[in-house]
Design a protein. Structure first.
Length: 141
């Protein structure tokens, strides 16, 4: 019984063997004894202890093939939703990246145009002659 509980705790409350079904027969099988042992006069007390444990277990854990199947289906649906959310997030991130790259390309092109314009203006100033150009006075801070 302790081993079964430990396995269930390690598997998020689901018994990983026998399709998730825990019964008196499964407890006997895991203990390496025959089911009839739990009904013998010498082991009646143990049989009642197993019955009480099973009742308690079924109230607090996911036990039984049908409930385990439902639980697995719910988990699969939860993981599917998480996967789809990650997929959507990835697509959004890719679109954001594409937009940022386009803005960068636009900024690089604009910077190159400004450099070209500056060079043209400097050339025009050089041709006009230095005597027509006066520098702005520098501000003192």
């Amino acid at each position: 019984m302790d081993t079964i509980e430990a396995e269930m705790n390690a598997n998020d409350g689901i018994y990983p063997m026998n399709g998730g079904a825990v019964s008196k027969n499964e407890v006997a099988r895991r203990a390496g004894i025959g089911i009839t042992t739990l009904f013998s006069p010498k082991q009646k007390k143990l049989g009642k202890k197993v019955d009480l444990w099973l009742i308690t277990l079924k109230k607090k854990e996911t036990v039984g093939r049908e409930r385990v199947r439902r639980t697995y289906a719910e988990r699969a649906e939860d993981w599917k939703e998480r996967y789809l959310a990650l997929q959507d997030s990835h697509v959004k991130t890719e679109l954001d990246l594409m937009e940022a790259l386009a803005e960068k390309e636009k900024a690089v092109t604009e910077a190159q145009n400004l450099r070209d314009e500056k060079a043209l203006l400097l050339e025009q100033l050089r041709l006009a002659g230095a005597k027509n150009v006066t520098a702005f006075p520098k501000e003192k801070h």
